[in-house]
Structure formats: C-alpha cells, structure tokens
Ligand binder design. Structure first.
Ligand code: EPU
Length: 421
C-alpha cells in the first residue's frame, strides 16, 4: 500500500491545474449505457473510481477505449450483456448504484448489490429505489442484491425526494429520459454535477428542463443517440487547492476551474481572512497572506451551500485560525474521521455529535496518520503542508480514488511530498 511522505513548512507558489470532475464523470459514464451509439467523454480524470466504473461498464457490456493517461474515454454499448453491479465493485465504490437507473431504462431490468456500510455514514439508496418504483419498476431484494424490473418500460411520474440526494437525482434523471411521458423530479439536487449530466443527456437527445433548480421536468423519448461531451472542472479538487493556498499563506493560482461553483467556499475563506481573487473565467488566485487566519464557523449544506466534500479540508484550515470555530456536518452522520488524525498532529478538536469545535491556532507537528476516506485524506495532506517535520500518510489509495496525481500537482507548486510503497 502506498504512503505519502510530506515535509511540512515549505512555502507553496505557482500554479496548480484542476482536472475534470470525478463526481460529474461517474454519472456521465453511466449515462453512456442509455444508448447503443458511441458516447465520447472528454476531461475524464484518471482516478481510481473512474477505473472502477469503467470495469463495471465493461462487465455490463460496454466497449471502452480509454488510454491510461488520456482524458478522452470512448464508450459503446451495443448490447447490455449483464445488467448487474456485483458486490465486489459496489463495496469499493458506492457510486456504482448510478448504473441502476440507466439499466432499468435501457434493458428493463437491473441487479445491483446493496452498498452496505461506509466510512462516512450509512448511505442507503432507498430514495433511488422509491423513485424507480414511482416510475413503475418492481423492486425486490434478495441475497444482498436489489432487483429492479420494468419489462414493459418505465412510465413518467412525479418523484418527490424526501431529502436531497445527488446520485439519487442523477439515477432517476437517467431513468426518466427513456420513460414514457413526463417525469417531474421534485426536491432535486442542484449540484453542478447534476446540471452537467443534464447537459450530456440533452446532447444525446433527451428532453429536460429545470436542471440546477429543485424541480426537473423530463419528457421521455423512445431512444437516445451518441454525443461528445466535456466534463466540468472538479470543484472539490479546486477547493482543496484553494485551501492549500490559504493554509500556507502562499500566493497560488488555481487554473482550469469554475469559480462560480466555489462561491460558498470563497465567501467563507474571506470571513476567515484569506483573499481569493478571480483573475479570469477559469482562474482563482489565493493572495499571499502574512497575518493570522480568523476563526469562522461553517455548516455543510447541499449546493449552493458549503460542500460536505470540503468539510475535512476546512477543518484542517481552522486548526490554523486564531480562536474557536465550530464546524457542523449536516449531510453525513459520521464524517469526522479526520479529526482524530488531526489531533494526533497536535490539533485541538472536540467532537460533539455533528459538531466539531476547533480551538486554534495549533502548532501542528508531523506524525504517522491514516487516511480513512477520500476527503479526510485531503485534509491530512493540507495539515501536513504546515506541520513541523515529516508526516507519513498511510492508505493513500483513498486519495487516489478521487484526486488525480495530487502529489505531482503539489510538488510542482513547491510542496515536499513523495509517494512511497
Ligand atoms: N441518503 C439516503 N437515502 C438515499 C440517498 C441518500 O438516506 O437513497 C442520504 C445519505 O445517506 C446522506 C444524504 O442523503 O446522508 C445525502 O446523500 P447523497 O445521496 O446526496 O450522496 P451521494 O449521492 O451518495 C454524492 C457524492 C459524494 C458527496 C455527496 C453529497 C458522487 C459520486 N458522490 O454522494 O461525494 O459527498 O453527494 O454532496 O457524486 C466524495 O466525492 O468524496 C463524495 C463522498
């Protein structure tokens, strides 16, 4: 298993480019199942979760042309050979459930393993299933698998989510585009990744209105065709690098990003005393800062609120603010695994249910720490950049799931970070 060895305290400078969005690329790849034509996707990040999704699609029957270092992935699914997502893949990547909607819509049935537990919370898929039932699928469960069937096709309906769900909205959207008649998805997720998926589906011939709002209307069509689509920039990767600039006080340019997707983060960082300037449509510059950071409470929310996927990184930042801040996690019930590891590095954090109370500023020192999930790992990398001495982060396969070559990108900006076996 790989580790990262990070020597803290070296100043960052320069430019860090942002890759395509993992959480946009995953549903886009699944959407290719909806047509027998060729779908070409550009700016696909070469991260582990993408390779897992590609393996799953090949098992299902897709032919995929994806070079190891190419950001272009060409998919063709002439025939669904096996409409199934096995436990072996679903347990390593919960987003595998994104094939559920497309498979029922195209093949009339799907068999998808239930995901089971997860490092950040229970994360069931009951809302995906309730949505599919509304569209007329028959759902049953046996041997740890969900079976969904709609032999005569899906029928448009009103689907009201009890709670906002990102991949749930994407799953139902992909099912609805081939359902007969109109589907109205209410309390839909407004995340940029949902909007990007709607743009791809529209290029494939789908009729969709309202993406980016909480009501999405879909007029089903009988078939979709091929399309070429470029995935949007990864706002979470961009946000992680913005926080890297803020935590080290360095002037750092983040290029190839979409600043309009980072409004909540930029506002929060301004409150904390960091200045982020938009220099053009796709570049953010973190301004050099000599003074201390200020504490600023933060609550995670669905988009356009502060993303839960940047909560761990923000907590690392707050360990360096002068005073007490409270971070409240409202999306997942168990997403504070990084706090214990940050404490091993010298942070002063008290956990109380869904809140973390952080007393700064802490003098962090390098330590051996373990990455527990993707974003937790990113927060440990950020803390290590300002810790005194050497930090060794174990189990970096978590970070490889969603960050493309993070050690190369940070090294190029001056960080002392190496990968070791
Ligand atoms: N939920 C249910 N039932 C469902 C679906 C969701 O109870 O059927 C609950 C979840 O347990 C959670 C909340 O609703 O408490 C919201 O979960 P959501 O469904 O929105 O999360 P997701 O779609 O599984 C996506 C991202 C996550 C990100 C969340 C929240 C992808 C592939 N994953 O997950 O990304 O944290 O939305 O924004 O898009 C990551 O990239 O590190 C990551 C975990």
């Amino acid at each position: 298993m790989d580790k990262f060895v990070i020597e803290g305290g070296t100043p960052l400078h320069g430019t860090i480019p942002v890759s395509g969005s993992k959480n946009s690329a995953l549903p886009a790849l699944a959407a290719a199942l909806l047509t027998a034509d060729t779908v070409v996707l550009d700016r696909i990040p070469r991260v582990r979760d993408i390779r897992t999704m590609e393996r799953l699609l090949v098992d299902i029957g897709s032919e995929i042309d994806a070079g190891e270092n190419s950001e272009r992935v060409i998919l063709n699914t002439k025939k669904i050979v096996s409409p199934e997502a096995p436990y072996e893949l679903v347990k390593t990547m919960r987003a595998s459930s994104l094939v559920l909607g497309p498979l029922v819509a195209r093949a009339g049935r799907a068999r998808v393993s239930l995901p089971g537990g997860c490092a950040i919370g229970a994360r069931p898929i009951n809302f995906h299933l309730a949505g599919l039932e509304h569209l007329g699928a028959k759902i049953s469960q046996e041997h740890g698998y969900i079976e969904a069937e709609a032999a005569n096709g899906l029928k448009g309906a009103q689907v009201v989510f009890d709670r906002i769900t990102v991949t749930g909205t994407e799953d139902i959207l992909m099912a609805a585009v081939l359902a007969e008649g109109e589907t109205v998805i209410e309390n839909a997720a407004r995340e940029p990744e949902v909007v990007d998926l709607a743009h791809l589906l529209r290029k494939m011939g789908a009729q969709i209105e309202g993406e980016g709002t909480s009501v999405i209307r879909v007029q089903g069509v009988s078939s979709l065709h091929g399309a070429t689509h470029e995935i949007i920039a990864d706002r979470i990767e961009a946000g992680t690098f913005v926080i890297a600039g803020a935590i080290t006080g360095a002037e750092l340019c983040i290029t190839g990003c979409l600043p309009e997707h980072l409004t909540a983060l930029i506002a929060k960082l301004a409150e904390a005393g960091a200045t982020i300037t938009q220099t053009n449509d796709t570049t953010l510059r973190v301004e050099r800062r000599d003074g201390p950071l200020k504490p600023a409470d933060m609550i995670t929310e669905e988009y356009p609120g502060f993303p839960t996927d940047l909560q761990a990184q923000y907590m690392a930042l707050m360990t360096q603010a002068d005073g007490i801040s409270i971070v409240t996690e409202t999306i997942f019930e168990n997403r504070f695994m990084h706090a214990q590891e940050l404490m091993r590095m010298g942070a002063n954090i008290r956990l109380d249910g869904r809140q973390a109370i952080i007393a700064g500023r802490s003098r962090l020192t390098g330590a051996g720490v373990i990455a527990s999930d993707l974003r937790a790992s990113a927060s440990l990398v950020l803390a290590a950049l300002v810790a005194k001495g050497e930090t060794v982060i174990d189990r970096v396969y978590h970070i490889d799931r969603g960050y493309e070559k993070i050690e190369e990108k940070l090294s190029a900006a001056g960080a002392k970070i190496t990968r070791a076996e």
